[in-house]
Ligand binder design. Structure first.
Ligand SMILES: Cc1ncc(COP(=O)(O)O)c(C=O)c1O
Length: 367
């Protein structure tokens, strides 16, 4: 909806009148490779255990849920301890309806008109969007041609700007490229030296070989790692995201979360998923193998593909406009993502059959 269409009686904030709601197209009857979802449904044994658990919860829906999601946070802490080797407890974890809500909770707690936020673009566009919604100024630092972060430049930028919030997404969306733990450490140091919070968005961490920024927590109290169950856990529809940080960050999040924000159904479903973590994540290896197959196919037709450690690929080098290439894919039944980055498109890794179809269409388009 554009500004002229807002009704005169709606006291909408003036700074929101010209923005569009976030959203990727949701189109029926096509192969959707546009939102970095995991293409595999829940394993049967997990679905069964979950429905038994949810049935029990349904009998209690007259009651508010556990406001502080203790059981879920314990299970998330256990998962992080096991998968990263860093001992964390419930006190280090906060959970919400997707990591987007976690990001919003952090912005509400530590952002605001007199608190600068800073990120390195192109990256996850929801970071600056939530900055805007929460009236937090945003400074867009840049990435280099290969979508990496020039650490010397970034450290200087952080020291010059003194941001309260610094965001690094790794593996990065939309490029798929990773920032090494050594580089994250340098950026964390720089952010600490100006009194900022260093937020590492690790939505795709399970697809990457790099150690998690959770390993920095012992030395840097101002590091916050944001994670989601939407990708590696194939759990996007259940909306569960979380952060791992020092307890003070969790306490600050309690100030800005809505009361009873996480439904009893979500908590029970997520707890069950975590009890079955290996089964829920059993397709990660296959997705990584498929990622390399699709990347090779893209290179073979003469396009450029950015090396990825996530479940998607950014590719470019088209002779025409990327919007026309996007349309050509759609007309052939494949929905990929035009993230508004000139000369590039992003494709999510699907099932082997979906990827084969993508590759077949790719060949036709690149002819
Ligand atoms: C980098 C990044 N962070 C966070 C999210 C949000 O994930 P969710 O809200 O589903 O947990 C996404 C989703 O695509 C993402 O790409």
């Amino acid at each position: 909806m554009v500004q002229s269409q807002w009704p005169y009686w709606l006291p909408l904030r003036s700074d929101l009148r010209n923005i569009s709601p976030y959203g990727a197209p949701q189109i029926e009857g096509v192969i959707a490779l546009n939102t970095n979802e995991n293409p595999f449904p829940l394993p049967g044994e997990v679905a069964e255990a979950m429905s038994i658990r949810l049935n029990a919860v349904i009998g209690n829906l007259n009651r508010y849920p556990d406001r502080d999601a203790h059981g879920l946070r314990q299970k998330l802490a256990h998962y992080i301890t096991q998968s990263t080797g860093v001992e964390v407890s419930e006190e280090n974890v906060w959970a919400a309806n997707g990591s987007n809500e976690i990001l919003q909770t952090l912005f509400l707690a530590c952002g605001g008109a007199d608190h600068l936020s800073l990120g390195f673009i192109p990256s996850y566009s929801v970071h600056p969007l939530i900055a805007q919604i929460t009236k937090t100024p945003w400074f867009a630092g840049s990435r280099d041609e290969d979508f990496g972060i020039d650490i010397a430049k970034a450290k200087k930028l952080i020291r010059d700007k003194s941001p309260h919030l610094v965001f690094v997404t790794t593996p990065n969306n939309p490029s798929g490229s990773s920032t090494s733990i050594a580089d994250l450490k340098e950026l964390a140091e720089a952010t600490g030296s100006v009194g900022g919070l260093f937020i590492v968005d690790e939505a795709y961490a399970e697809f990457s070989e790099e150690p998690s920024a959770v390993t920095l927590l012992a030395d840097f109290p101002h590091v916050v790692v944001v994670r989601t169950m939407s990708k590696a856990f194939a759990f996007a529809g259940a909306r569960t995201g979380y952060l791992i940080a020092k307890p003070a960050v969790v306490h600050a999040s309690l100030l800005t979360r809505l009361p009873y924000h996480l439904s009893a159904l979500t908590q029970a479903a997520a707890e069950t998923a975590l009890e079955f973590a290996p089964a829920m994540q059993s397709e990660i290896e296959l997705l990584i193998t498929e990622r390399e197959r699709v990347a090779n196919a893209i290179t073979e037709v003469g396009y450029r593909v950015v090396p990825s450690s996530a479940n998607f690929l950014l590719f470019g080098g088209f002779s025409g406009e990327s919007s026309a290439i996007w349309q050509a894919f759609l007309e052939r039944g494949i929905l990929i993502r035009d993230i508004g980055l000139r000369g590039f498109l992003r494709v999510t890794i699907g099932t082997p059959a979906e990827n084969t179809q993508f590759i077949a269409v790719l060949h036709k388009i690149a002819e």
